[in-house]
Write a protein that binds this ligand. Structure first.
Ligand code: ADP
Ligand code: G6P
Length: 495
């Protein structure tokens, strides 16, 4: 990856790109990779540019961590090259962190922004914890800003704030910088969908939230549609003057620019992993593998996926003993009720379907509740016949892109939901609406029986696009949008 950034970069995200684990007997600290789209995309960028990363370490103030461990020599995750002196850990009291992360971010913003308001829980004390934690992040970000100025006094640092956990941080940073007479450029990127005005206004503190985001100079979303929604909200909820064509919003005598910046993956790294990974499937000629790789999250549509697979076996019994669904579901947000309930529901469905169809030589579903190594993941992506990427709603979805990058042998088929951001550009995938079970089963059947030439044609085109529009392309676009800030910083207001 060759990235030229004129500004020293400070990434501010809820999580560090790894979790620190403490051995309860020896007290030894080690790093564990944190799975998720944000980390996969942003970590290589920080490693490459020698930037700094402010984020939660997975531990709390009460755990009293003294140092950040270096990565182990056999670490192949995207965070492997991140040195401990590039990391500023955020350690907060357990209760406060819990209210902010589980109570506000995951029980309220996550479902709301995925347009599932019935699942969202609105509670004032959780919002207050969110505001307080965002202020704490801002203070620690200032440590990083000071470090940047010590290293490169002539360069204005870029503070790049990520995701729905930190929508209220920018104003604090702006105020401290004003007090200290320091200049920074501030960009925000949202890794999840930005919903329509009609959903956002359900949040009781929507205007504060929008003003929080507008503390930045530049705001990025995956899709044009999310940009439109954001601009619309600023206009209708805050009464801001907006220029929809130029995607500018006027706020507090500044103009904030809004950019569609679809995120992607380190494509070449996945190709290389696929080339090096050992065989994933034995007797491949007799067996076809359907693959699902997701965090265990209700937005990913796993219940509907399993039910569609069951329907497939009912409608097309020729697949019995020939096709296996391998679902790798990485545990996620296990302290939140919705996630605990989903885990139970999935256990039951898998048990029921396997109980119904298993024969002495075959089980229809292999279900791994856990994460797999990057080598194993690449091998599954490469050797699967079909990947099922069928979320009910998803900001982008990187699994779809990782799958096509790893398809270096016999071409497989990507089955993709149009409700994932990736569905907008990955047009050669087989599209499926995951809400309707029969259609879903028929699309899986079509994917499993697709002739070689059609598979090859679709996969070649998908791979060509993803190779060009990889994470480096995304980062260059982000930096371009930030470079244009030099003029925008000096209050280029709407005319
Ligand atoms: P989200 O950001 O909602 O988690 P994405 O599909 O955009 O969804 O990103 C998920 C990332 O996490 C991908 O890079 C994927 O490789 C990784 N990941 C997801 N599930 C697993 C798993 N079970 N084991 C290892 N990595 C996983
Ligand atoms: C999504 C979010 C990220 C988050 C990741 C994993 O990708 O956009 O911000 O880090 O899910 O979720 P977690 O709650 O474990 O950080």
């Amino acid at each position: 990856m060759v990235i030229h950034s004129t500004s020293p970069m400070v990434v501010v995200a809820n999580r560090l790109p790894f979790v620190i684990c403490k051995n309860s007997k020896t007290g030894e600290l080690t790093r564990k990779y944190s799975a998720g789209g944000l980390v996969t995309a942003v970590a290589p960028v920080v490693v490459e540019t020698g930037g700094l990363w402010v984020g939660w370490s997975g531990l709390h103030l009460e755990d009293g961590i003294s140092a950040i461990p270096e990565s182990s020599p056999d670490d192949k995750s995207p965070t492997a090259g991140l040195r401990s002196d590039q990391v500023i850990p955020v350690n907060l009291p357990r209760k406060q962190f819990d209210d902010y992360y589980n109570g506000c971010c995951n029980a309220c913003f996550w479902p709301l922004f995925h347009s599932m308001p019935d699942k969202a829980v609105f509670e004032e004390d959780k919002w207050e914890a969110y505001v307080a934690v965002n202020e704490e992040f801002a203070k620690l970000t200032m440590d990083a800003v000071h470090k940047c100025y010590e290293r490169q006094p002539d360069q204005v640092p870029l503070v790049w704030i990520h995701d729905y956990h930190l929508m209220y941080t920018a104003n604090y940073i702006r105020n401290i910088c004003n007090d200290e007479g320091l200049k920074v450029k501030m960009a925000f990127f949202l890794h999840i969908p930005f919903p329509s005005w009609d959903i956002v206004r359900l949040f009781p503190w929507a205007s504060q939230l929008l003003q929080g985001i507008l503390g930045c100079d530049s705001v990025g979303f995956h899709l044009e549609d999310y940009c439109i929604n954001f601009i619309d909200c600023c206009h209708r909820i805050l009464g801001c003057r907006v220029d929809r064509k130029k995607r500018l919003i006027e706020h507090n005598k500044r103009s904030v620019s809004v950019h569609p910046l679809p995120i992607s993956i380190p494509y070449d790294r996945f190709v290389q992993m696929a080339e090096e990974a050992p065989e994933a499937i034995k007797n491949k000629n007799e067996q076809q593998l359907l693959l699902g790789v997701d965090r265990l999250d209700y937005t990913k549509g796993l219940v509907k996926r399993f039910k569609a697979f069951e329907r497939l076996l009912e409608l097309y019994p020729q697949h019995i003993e020939k096709v296996t669904l391998l679902q790798i579901a990485v545990p996620s947000r296990t302290d939140v009720k919705e996630y605990q309930e989903l885990k139970e529901e999935l256990d039951q469905i898998v048990g029921r379907i396997n109980g119904r169809f298993t024969t002495p030589n075959w089980s229809p579903i292999r279900y791994i509740y856990g994460s797999v190594t990057h080598d194993q993941l690449a091998a599954f992506y490469r050797d699967a016949s079909v990947a099922l990427v069928t979320p009910l709603r998803d900001g982008m979805n990187l699994v779809a892109k990782e799958f096509v990058a790893c398809q270096i042998k016999e071409p497989g088929v990507l089955v993709l939901s149009p409700f994932a951001g990736a569905g907008v550009t990955m047009q050669e995938a087989l599209q499926v609406n995951p809400y309707e079970q029969n259609q879903f089963a028929k699309v899986i059947h079509r994917a499993l029986t697709m002739p070689f030439d059609e598979r090859e044609l679709r996969m070649t085109q998908l791979r060509r696009r993803e190779k060009i529009r990889d994470v480096n392309f995304w980062l260059r676009e982000v930096l371009k949008s930030v470079d244009s800030l030099d003029e925008a910083c000096d209050s280029k207001l709407l005319r």
